[in-house]
Design a protein around this ligand. Structure first.
Ligand code: ZN
Length: 273
């Protein structure tokens, strides 16, 4: 067998490493082509960690029990499913899409952990007037998960090497720290705008007015919210052009007019404690 010169061997090894890293990154992209070190299963596992953190703290996150409030959850599931079935999601079948209501009338917020674990506060549900507004907010939250905003940001923030060790299970402490930090995490302006735009796209495929999210932001503005920044805006940074951009997007897509479903929404609110 001929002796392979060291330089050639070195080059072969490097080529192999390059191909391995390249194919690893190639397979670890989101469906819209962004490099994301997390697989779909990692994403669900991360969401499960968030869920565990929330369930471990019922004083701060009093979850409304499903069995006891079946009617309320029936409304929530109905609205959520109509968005999930809009035909516009990338991970509709892969993610978990579990919805929970947090029984706290003083918090105007909703959030969605990776993998589709959605939490909505009674304060937000009671604040809104109709299903189109609520579906607009739900569409926005669903978009944060379906577009994998959290893990896209984390891939940038923590770096590939650190996250690979977390994924490999060598760094449980960091995983718990990350999951804890995800609750109430703020999003970048780019991700906020993307979630707003996707909310319009999703709702365009439903019976709801596609610019429902604009109705929510308009109501926030009109209400004055003199008692400080609502929780929703502290985790979803606002800017003046938000309502305008949502309405422009809806006009661009030329969606069917859609309805607001006020009576159905009143029944949803009446079913809450
Ligand atoms: Zn947001």
């Amino acid at each position: 067998m001929p002796k392979i010169p060291f330089r050639l061997r070195f080059m072969l090894v490097m080529a192999f490493v390059w191909m391995a890293v390249g194919s690893e990154l190639f397979t670890r992209c989101t469906k819209d082509g962004k490099v994301n070190i997390f697989t779909v299963q990692d994403e669900i596992d991360l969401g499960l960690q968030v869920k565990a953190e929330i369930e471990a703290d019922p004083a701060q996150y009093p979850i409304l029990p499903r069995g006891q409030y079946a009617e309320a959850y029936g409304h929530l599931d109905r609205i959520t499913n109509s968005i999930l079935n809009s035909g516009k999601l990338s991970y509709k079948d892969e993610f978990v899409w579990e919805v929970n209501i947090i029984n706290d009338d003083n918090t105007l917020n909703a959030f969605c952990a990776p993998g589709g674990y959605i939490y909505v506060y009674t304060g937000l549900i009671k604040f809104l007037d109709n299903e189109a507004q609520f579906a607009g907010v739900m569409g926005h939250e669903i978009a944060h998960a379906d577009r994998r905003h959290v893990t896209n940001s984390m891939t940038k923030q923590y770096g590939v090497a650190t996250l690979l060790s977390v994924i490999a299970g060598d760094n449980q402490g960091l995983l718990t720290e990350i999951a804890g930090g995800l609750i109430g995490l703020g999003f970048s302006r780019d991700h906020e705008n993307d979630a707003d735009a996707m909310s319009v796209e999703y709702l365009c495929g439903t019976k709801y007015q596609s610019n429902g999210a604009a109705g929510f932001f308009q109501k926030l503005k009109d209400s004055g919210q003199s008692g400080g920044i609502p929780a929703f805006l502290s985790t979803h940074p606002d800017d003046d052009k938000r309502i305008e951009r949502i309405n422009t997007k809806a006009a661009e897509l030329a969606c069917a007019p859609g309805g607001t479903f006020d009576a159905e929404y009143a029944a949803f609110k009446a079913s809450l404690p």
